[in-house]
Design a protein around this ligand. Sequence first.
Ligand SMILES: Cc1ncc(COP(=O)(O)O)c(C=O)c1O
Length: 390
Amino acid sequence: MKMVLSLERLLQFLLLMMHDDLLQSKLNGRVADLSLRKLQTSEGLIDFCSNDYLGFSKSQEILQQVLSMNIAASGRLIGSGGSRLICGNNELIETIEENVASFVNASSALLFNSGYSANIGFFSCVPQRGDVVFYDEFVHASIRDGIKLGLSKSYSFQHNNIADLIRRYELLACDQTVFVVVESIYSMDGDMPDLLEIAQFCKEKNIRLVVDEAHSFGWLGEGRGLVSKLGLEDITYARIITFGKALGCHGAVVVGDELLRSYLVNFARSFIYTTAPSIMDQKCVYVALEKLVSIDFKSLKINSLIDLFKSLIKESDLNVIPSRNLIQSVLIPTNRLALSTEQRLRKNGIWAKAILSPTVPIGKERIRICLHEFNTEDEVKKLIDCLSNV
Ligand SMILES: Cc1ncc(COP(=O)(O)O)c(C=O)c1O
């Protein structure tokens, strides 16, 4: 009996060792093709990397208002105390939801812990078994992961290629509910879809259009995002708006009609089975939203920084993916070259991230640059200089 037991334990031990070996060999694979992900800090570097486009995450003004805020949050000061459906709900969250909904001209909004949770929650439960989701091949991982968790059929279409979307739609001759998912500004390329044309197609075919506004909220349409900028609120079924980017905070909402909100409260597992955002997060979002609403977008200097960046790029040999936005990607093919460029920038005090394959397709490796309201002209000039001097 003793012998049998120890053989069993030996086997279990060997299995664990084999499992560790498997993990290690996968990491070794990443080392071999220079795609190993590592955590880094960025103290003291010029920020061309964060999604904090308006500098809200560094705002003393927002911080002081948050600290002095006295608003009903069920008597709590730090944590939310539980999931929304158990004891984590409060007036502050509901006010945030009402404020965002009214700002972006939607009838309702539901707060999630992050854009990742919002997309997972939405796409895993709203499209039903047999429904069809068409998504741009460049949509964010959270949308793909959400779709994978759900029961719908899904098909990608070529990036920003409406003809391909229409061709795929017609091939399928769908008789189920169809969803089309796009982003208003693509996070890696900084480019945009022709949302007017896509919305027109969706309207004609009774397709449910879903737009992830992560990188446009706080920037396009006086901060309201692309859907509002183009007046497409009524045609769009749902929008995912995240607070971790231009708003400089954390969290996200799905905006749509009351039926959608109620359905998500009941079926979105990433909403139901998690602690509600902390009171501190809620206060930050509340104050940052007030600040966003009050911005005079015409007075921002960020547009002139984008113009400067683009004109300097034109004079250089650098190859940039066409973008009119805050995200600009300089193509530097191969992981090796992109990584060495990132390191050179770092040595020169500049923080901009190499985006490697497999995150982007082979040959499309790049330095992804985010321009911010707080960057200066001299910083932009230094960036282009450092990028050009290979
Ligand atoms: C387009 C898009 N959607 C969703 C997300 C996820 O948002 P969050 O960072 O709030 O989880 C991101 C973040 O990288 C994004 O770029």
